[in-house]
Design a protein around this ligand. Structure first.
Ligand SMILES: [Cu+2]
Length: 119
């Protein structure tokens, strides 16, 4: 009887391992690399899919910038010397402007790009 219980818990352990492996493989994140510098973003246009989780990894090659997509309520500081990650899952298709919202010099006003969300 004790033997049976041991076998049963071994079986349950194996089952939960399979379950864990399955759930961790779930939604794949679309990673986008974005570089910020005076006074642009590269690339300046990003295309993502509606309903697909996105991680925008932003690196500054000079100074502190900002990154904001006002229409989606998304913003982050972009600090030099680190990867600044913005995560979201777009729920609506369309074209959304993003721009730098931290004054970074005389070209700051034009530091912008577009996020395109497609079906
Ligand atoms: Cu700026």
């Amino acid at each position: 009887m004790a033997m049976n219980r041991k076998n049963l818990s071994g079986l349950l352990g194996a089952a939960s391992l399979v379950f864990a492996a399955h759930t961790s493989a779930a939604p794949t994140e679309h990673v986008v690399h974005l570089t910020a510098k005076k006074f642009d973003y590269s690339p300046s246009a990003i295309t993502v899919k509606k309903g697909e989780p996105v991680a925008i990894e932003i690196v500054s090659s000079d100074r502190k910038h900002g990154f904001t997509i006002a229409a989606l309520g998304i913003r982050s500081d972009v600090l030099p010397g680190q990867t600044n990650v913005v995560r979201f899952t777009p729920q609506t298709t369309g074209t959304f402007d993003f721009h730098c919202d931290l004054f970074c010099g005389s070209g700051h006003e034009g530091m912008a790009g577009t996020l395109v969300v497609v079906d």
